[in-house]
Ligand binder design. Structure first.
Ligand code: AMP
Ligand code: MG
Length: 400
């Protein structure tokens, strides 16, 4: 049997990064930068007004007060976006709006609230200081500075900074494109009627969503029956569009194990990993495309995804924190664990008290408990019993 750590290494080696691409900003959201981005221009790009008001020369307003306002003729109106830049002559004012270029000759802006808001002449009740309410060119960033660092994930403010600098695209590490294929002759699409012996297919939506939550792309394929011809044909049709194939079901020790039966001769390795749940696993290359074959039981499938695929995907996409954050907590009840297997129990972690309550049985088909857990309780291979109050390692599934 292979250890969890050994199988993690095998999957890590399988999933490799795609070359960097130049992505349009909307498509770059959530991706890490492949290179440093240099500001090719300053921000602000030109001196502009921080207020709606009047562009003035400070010396023209010496002594202006509420009791003795200074009145100046208004020579020009400068809304944001006016590009001709009329200069300010001495002893005149230009009415100016927020974001409009401050005219040559002006050295301050008086907010409209400190004036009578006139349009042909303006009475100004206060003398500004030099540079008041003027945003200097380059005060945010100057040309030539590093705007964003390689590896930084592009979220809302980073994308806004790139757009402000005039970039329409960004160099990013692209997402890993996965195809998700469930197998099983008992499977029926949700929403359709069920006959005795049939169940609704749930691994497809689960694994595809988990891939997307990990920052990857997922195409959830229509599930296939336990028929090798249908299974192989679907893989052949869709593998060329994928960086990673993830299947579920058909890998254990029974008969009709479609994944194992069809892929063994393609060189894919099927093995047992010393863990519970999730013992039967497989991985390799299907006609050149990396493939990971998960067991079909829903809890086994998602726990295996968490333990093996999620960290490998995030690493290959250069995303931060490829591993879930781990913490320790005290058990609120005892647990038992099989000797020689690393056990991942579902749990509810209470961060306030530092305790964890294991929920649901260790069996691998209890989706309800999986859906109410916020952590995995990680019990070492050589531990067979833990008591209430014992300290355990937990994987925090709520944080990235
Ligand atoms: P298998 O690994 O194919 O032997 O399946 C193990 C168990 O998981 C069986 O009870 C299957 O019915 C169930 N199962 C397999 N695939 C799925 C799926 N896509 N959705 C829900 N249950 C599944
Ligand atoms: Mg099956």
């Amino acid at each position: 049997m292979r250890s969890v750590t050994e199988h993690q290494a095998a999957i890590n080696a399988l999933v490799t990064s795609r070359p960097e691409t130049e992505a349009r900003l909307a498509a770059a959201a959530g991706r890490p930068l492949a290179r440093d981005v240099i500001a090719t221009r300053a921000l602000p790009g030109f001196e502009n007004s921080a207020m709606d008001g009047y562009a003035v020369r400070v010396e023209d307003l010496a002594g202006a007060t509420a009791e003795k306002p200074v009145t100046l003729p208004v020579a020009e109106d400068i809304p944001a976006g006016r590009t001709d830049g009329p200069p300010l002559a001495p002893r005149t004012a230009h009415r100016i709006m927020t974001g409009a270029a401050v005219p040559a000759g002006a050295d301050a802006v008086v907010p409209v609230e400190l004036t009578d808001a006139g349009t042909s002449t303006v009475a100004i009740r206060s003398c500004p200081t030099l540079g008041q309410h003027v945003r200097r060119a380059g005060e945010d960033i100057s040309a030539g500075e590093v705007a964003l660092r390689r590896g930084q994930v592009l979220g809302a403010p980073q994308l806004a900074l790139l757009a402000s600098l005039g970039y329409a695209t960004a160099p990013v590490i692209p997402p890993i494109r996965t195809i998700v294929l469930s197998t099983g002759s008992e499977l029926v699409a949700p929403g359709q009627p069920l006959r005795r012996g049939e169940i609704y297919e749930s691994n497809g939506i689960m694994i595809a969503t988990a891939v997307r939550e990990a920052g990857g792309e997922a195409a959830q394929l229509r599930f296939v029956s336990d028929d090798p011809t249908e299974f192989l044909q679907t893989l052949r049709d869709r593998a060329p569009e994928a960086d990673l194939i993830i299947t579920s079901g058909g890998v254990s020790a029974g008969a009709y194990e479609v994944v194992k039966d069809s892929l063994t001769e393609h060189g894919i390795e099927f093995l047992k990993v010393a863990m519970q749940p999730g013992m039967p696993q497989g991985c390799g290359f299907f006609e050149g495309t990396p493939i990971v074959t998960l067991p079909g039981n829903p809890v086994s499938a998602l726990v295996s995804f968490e333990v093996f695929i999620r960290p490998a995907l995030r690493r290959a996409m250069a995303l931060p924190a490829p591993e879930r954050p781990r913490t320790t907590a005290r058990l609120t009840e005892p647990v038992t664990s099989p000797r020689g297997k690393r056990q991942f129990r579902r749990g509810v972690l209470d961060r306030q008290t530092g305790t964890v309550k294991p929920i649901g049985p260790p069996a691998s088909h209890h989706l309800r408990w999986l859906a109410s857990a916020n952590c995995l309780v990680d019990v070492d291979e050589d531990v067979t019993a833990l008591r209430t109050g014992d300290t355990v390692t937990v994987w925090d599934l709520d944080s990235c």
